[in-house]
Design a protein around this ligand. Structure first.
Ligand SMILES: [Fe+2]
Ligand SMILES: [Fe+2]
Length: 254
């Protein structure tokens, strides 16, 4: 597909993370793992957009979604082939260490896409924002890949398509909802923000939960363990004689 407009500039947040991205992508093993994960994300996204093509009643959107899905499948293949080429040059370690996945997401965030039950306008607004995020991130990934020209070329090629996806979804949203397309965009933006908040809150809850459990383990548990050991030391070993009359009650054990 041809891009209709020049590439978007990366967002301020993505630009701020450029030094971190440079470090993350500098390691060959990490690069392979990331490319493989990106490949999965693109292929899954393509599958969802294919479903969107099936359910829409708009013939033009169906054609565009089909082309879009084919692009995403192709991106998946491009990432996988590049990862395979890198693996041939240097086999991967079993554990490539820190991946920084939350800093280098696979681009779209299309994993949040729920096709069935969505209107065309909601779908287009969601796709537009997802593709815009992908274009921003892939611009950064391309720019930090000076040390690996073939991988850089893959990002460059994919970025070209993502920019087209970003633009056609906005154009089509304006066609489908000429008066209310901005409102749909804001709603999609808020929905993405809410999902980001939920993701962060879930991550934070996991960290806090682990900290609380560690505190309980190291602070609360030792006194009980000490008391249990002391009580065990006082216990007489072996059989003990029960005094006569102590076991006559049928209401209690001793
Ligand atoms: Fe893509
Ligand atoms: Fe895309």
């Amino acid at each position: 597909m041809d891009s209709a407009r020049p590439h978007e500039r990366p967002t301020a947040f993505d630009r701020m993370l450029i030094p971190v991205q440079r470090w993350i992508w500098s390691d060959a093993d990490r690069r392979v793992q990331k490319l493989l994960r990106f490949s999965e994300t693109e292929t899954d996204g393509g599958r969802d957009i294919l479903r969107a093509a099936e359910v829409t009643s708009d013939p033009l959107l169906r054609r565009l979604y089909l082309e879009h899905a084919i692009d995403e499948f192709r991106h998946g293949v491009l990432f996988r082939h590049r990862a395979a080429a890198l693996l041939k040059v240097s086999p991967c370690r079993s554990n490539p260490g820190f991946q920084g996945d939350w800093l280098t997401p696979g681009g779209h965030g299309l994993d949040d896409l729920q096709v069935d039950g969505e209107s065309d306008s909601d779908m287009l607004a969601f796709l537009h924002l997802s593709e815009k995020a992908a274009a921003s991130r892939f611009t950064v990934y391309r720019d930090v890949m000076q040390h690996d020209p073939p991988t850089r070329a893959v990002f460059e090629e994919i970025l070209h398509d993502e920019t087209f996806h970003m633009n056609y979804t906005l154009t089509q949203l304006a066609r489908v909802e000429p008066k209310r397309h901005r409102r749909h965009l804001w709603r999609a933006r808020l929905s993405r923000l809410w999902k980001v908040y939920l993701r962060l809150a879930t991550g934070l809850a996991g960290i806090l939960g682990s900290m609380l459990l560690a505190i309980q383990y190291f602070v609360l548990l030792p006194p009980f363990a000490w008391l249990a050991k002391r009580a065990a030391r006082r216990e007489l070993s072996g059989w003990t004689i029960v005094s006569p009359g102590a076991s006559e009650s049928l209401d209690r054990q001793y």
